[in-house]
Design a protein around this ligand. Structure first.
Ligand code: HEM
Length: 307
């Protein structure tokens, strides 16, 4: 009996398609109308089909570029640093002499919270980009949840990190000189490097991590929560789904930049300068390292001590 009813319904729907031309892809009866929602409405269909601007660009980048760029940039950065380590090698500084207390307990805690966040966010981001290679399904879905948890941890650290390092991260003339000698990283010799408490490379990482991190949080939230009915979109002649497409494009490109700089940060802090991790554990930096790598800061510290 059930089979007969089912068969009749299917036949009827086929007849309906033939007679009335089109059968709606989304049954009106199944649509949940949230007030203000454009995603749970028939407009979704219109928006998906009406995709010439952002839709076309998003599909093009998603199909042809994002995966290859992520893979290429990551591999490229890893190869460059591997070669740097082999050809030039790490800088070694004497552990004798004075030490300067440069990272307070608060700064170190905030830093490690951000580090924990990134250690979760970056591999899970990769798992989503290369979802097919990871077999999709539950594993990639779990990666998506972990990616969101990592983001919440990052949100906790981003404002205090911004405030605690804002002033020393502002640009100075030392930064221009630092860029001209590539921070002294292209020579095996120990050279006196023009830099204050932080050098130009560290500043670049800070600004990309904090400001880029903020944009990543916002674009990620747009993709996670999906349903925004913003009047500003209409004034920009954008649909709700366009916002998702733009968020995905921005998130992917910024994600690549942050990933490349995060790998750079890890290389610099774990390999390029021997024992640099110590300062993030106990707060102290040895005199020899500060004298060479942060010469302006060293001058300031010694002048202060002499008074
Ligand atoms: C496992 C992950 C991480 C490790 C092992 C690590 C390690 C370090 C180390 C050793 C330093 C001190 C470098 C020095 O002063 O010579 C440092 C500094 C710093 N870290 Fe991290 N870090 C990690 C993740 C992060 C993340 C996720 C952020 C930002 C979101 C971050 C931002 C900074 C900043 C702004 C500084 C000061 C400037 C600099 O040295 O680059 N770090 N990190």
């Amino acid at each position: 009996m059930k089979k007969a009813i089912l068969f009749s319904l299917m036949t009827l729907s086929l007849f309906a398609r033939e007679f009335f031309g089109k059968v709606p892809l989304v049954e009106k009866a199944t649509i949940v109308h949230n007030s203000g929602s454009l995603l749970n409405s028939p407009e979704l269909l219109h928006n998906i089909l009406h995709y010439q601007t952002w839709g076309e660009l998003f599909v093009y980048l998603q199909v042809h570029w994002f995966r290859i760029l992520f893979f290429g940039i990551t591999l490229g950065v890893l190869i460059v640093f591997f070669l740097h380590y082999i050809i030039i090698g790490p800088k070694k500084f004497s552990k004798d002499g004075k030490s300067f207390y440069v990272y307070s307990v608060f700064k170190r805690i905030i830093h490690w919270v951000a580090a924990l966040a990134f250690v979760i966010i970056i591999p899970t981001g990769f798992m989503m980009i290369f979802g097919k290679e990871f077999g999709g399904g539950e594993l990639v879905l779990t990666a998506r949840y972990l990616h969101s948890i990592g983001t919440v941890i990052f949100i906790v650290s981003i404002i205090p990190m911004f405030l605690m390092w804002l002033i020393p991260m502002l640009p100075t003339f030392d930064d221009i000189k630092w860029i001209f000698i590539a921070g002294g990283y292209l020579t095996k010799k120990k050279v006196v490097v023009p830099a204050g408490e932080f050098n130009a490379g560290q500043k670049l990482w800070f600004w990309i991590a904090v400001l880029g991190g903020f944009v990543l949080i916002v674009s990620g939230a747009i993709m996670y929560f999906e349903d925004f009915d913003l009047t500003i979109l209409r004034s920009l002649n954008m649909d709700q789904i366009d916002l998702l497409r733009v968020a995905a494009i921005v998130h992917n490109f910024l994600g690549m930049a942050v990933t490349a700089l995060f790998i750079t940060h890890l290389y610099m802090s774990l390999f390029a300068i021997k024992g640099s991790l110590g300062s993030m554990k106990n707060g102290y930096k040895h005199e020899d390292e500060v004298k060479y790598m942060h010469s302006s800061f060293y001058k300031k510290l010694t002048e202060k001590q002499a008074k």
